[in-house]
Design a protein around this ligand. Sequence first.
Ligand SMILES: Cc1cc2nc3c(=O)[nH]c(=O)nc-3n(C[C@H](O)[C@H](O)[C@H](O)COP(=O)(O)OP(=O)(O)OC[C@H]3O[C@@H](n4cnc5c(N)ncnc54)[C@H](O)[C@@H]3O)c2cc1C
Length: 386
Amino acid sequence: MPDTLHVDVAVIGGGIGGISVASELALDRSVVVIEAEREPGLHATGRSAASYVPSYGPPMVRRLTAASLPDFDALSDEVGRPLLTARPVLYVADAARVPALARILVAQRGGPVREISVSDALHLCPVLRPDVLVRTAIDESASDLDVAGVLEAFAARLRARGGRIVLGGRVTSIRRGLTTWTVQAGPTLVVAGEVVNAAGAWADPVARLAELPSLNIQPRRRSIFLARSLQVRPPAGWPFTLAADETFYFKDEGESVLVSPADATPVEPHDARPDELQIARAIEAVNRMTTLGIRSVAQSWAGLRSFAADGEPVVGGLDRGEGFHWVAGQGGYGLQMAPALARLAAAAIRGEAIPADLAAVGVDAHALAPARLLRGSRGGNRAAAG
Ligand SMILES: Cc1cc2nc3c(=O)[nH]c(=O)nc-3n(C[C@H](O)[C@H](O)[C@H](O)COP(=O)(O)OP(=O)(O)OC[C@H]3O[C@@H](n4cnc5c(N)ncnc54)[C@H](O)[C@@H]3O)c2cc1C
């Protein structure tokens, strides 16, 4: 017998975007999260570099990331362990990357990034090659982020507030009635007053199911791998070390080194697989700048980071009263800004003003609204970084 659920809000997508906004909405609405897979967080959310970097991303992203810090503290208290663990980001430049490092320092003036000497950088990350490094900068406000812990903390809030997660419910049809939406999700039928599209790389296809315009949200593949190093791990751990032109990054992860070619290849939404050529390129680049001597890959994976044309996230509805809202286009920052983005999205869905702490730091709801992507747009998604 097929299940029929009647709720105020149906959230499509059980990644960090969907579960975090659902947990906010569950404070005063009945909410169900619908996830196609048998587990939440299997796509972009479960495949990340697990970093919180306040200096990373376009302006609204950086503000939302900084504003999320108190939320991460509250979530840490709820799960009884710290969800952020300090780990600075070290931006590194050899001679060819010096202009890129100079651009970072200009763009981040007044922010958390500052130049440090090459010898200080070598002290922090002794595997860097002194004969190759020319300039370096550091962001000491960055951290590692416990992704599973954050997702679980939001899911626990959602359940405690009466919300539900339906797994194995791939949405195949979204029909609008006079006052409600009817969403077919596998064997489950969900009848909801409002729909939230938090489908990650599938945000445009989900909007098309509802016969609404695509916003040209482009999934971009990024690969990551774990490799063994012959180097001894320093007691305090290395920084998250990022080439100034974002052509690779690495950090220590247990006994291994986690490396990414920082690829951003535009692809159709799919279950992403790592790009072997990009991995080979990253091994060459990392070995050129370090003494790691990486020879082989122990494990690799890939995920899709999804971008709107201007690189900022997409939050809210089209102001046409349909009751269809986006929480999408989080690019490479969907974890680090998730708590503030969820509060912003919940306020937009309730028709409330932007939360005061976000307004105070200059978060602008219009700069994130979906309508900006339809105005005078002919497609063409250029955002690649982040
Ligand atoms: C390699 C890599 C490194 C990254 N590193 C970082 C980092 O260090 N810090 C950071 O903040 N961010 C990082 N990100 C970005 C971050 O992972 C994403 O921004 C974030 O996870 C997006 O969350 P989401 O919920 O929108 O997407 P997803 O986690 O992809 O969730 C979307 C969900 O929607 C479901 N879905 C899609 N279509 C349907 C349908 N029709 N019916 C039902 N369900 C559906 C999918 O199954 C999926 O589970 C990284 C991403 C990648 C790939």
